[in-house]
Design a binder for this molecule. Sequence first.
Ligand SMILES: [Zn+2]
Length: 317
Amino acid sequence: MGAETELGPLVEETVLGIDIGGTRVKAGRVGRNGEVLENREIPTGSKRGRSALMEDLRVLGDSFLENQNVRAVGVGFAGLIDFGEGAILSSPNLPGWDGIPLQKELRDTWGCPVYLDNDANCAALGEAWRGAGEGHDSVVTVTLGTGIGVGIVLEGRVWRGVTGTAGEFGHISLDPLGPECSCGQKGCWEVFASATGLMAEAGRRCPDSSFSSAYEIYEAAGGGDQVACQLLEDLGRWVARGVRVICFSLDPSCVVIGGGVSGAWDFFSPFLMEELSSNSLGLGSRGVSVVRTELKKDAAVVGAAHGAWEVLESLGC
Ligand SMILES: [Zn+2]
């Protein structure tokens, strides 16, 4: 039952969380307790350029802000962020955004407080607040998608590092003789454990394979296809090798695995757990909980909303 006044029912206060990724923009209106009340998504259309995307963002935001009590907006952006300045430092998947003061531009557009952070940090905040990491103080979220994004929440706060680039575990080389990575190194974690890496490995092992997407590999594994099952077993072991680096570096109590690849969790997670337990230091049995995302594609939306609520709090609203 909502409270009522003489003017009618009070509209619940909410914030808007937006996740700007390389291919999709997801937005959701989020309540005080992290519940997503309504959501929409649109294609990013990055090839059309920045001004077209800014216009799409404005229209998308307006569609939520017009008739609802939205107090602030939180944005997770797929790129390196200068958190203090509220600006994009670089964004390999979204050309044309380097140096753009996005936080100020959106604040001017909507006239409300805006929180801006990296999308991986937002996913970690979301999972720690209302997802698979809820109840844990120190949560690392690994998003396995086109690349690998890692967000770090330590003792309840996002850890960004001195220059804002903490968490680039995807570009730690795990095999100096491995396949070349887009960053110029060889054998980065990302070339083995992302959806892109999985597809590349499928192409190397069976050049005639009919897999046209990572999803098709999961489907084939579900149907008992031996090649697909072996690919996902190896993927699980590669995921574990990177998770082990994270655990040795940060010693969190929970690691959440999200992103599109987590759709194949049932096929790769037994090998992930087996590999984690296979070293003599006993990592995997020390109490770190390695779990699948609960928020799925809403993780960064919910985390961006969490940031928006925090901005409101800091302003005394
Ligand atoms: Zn790399």
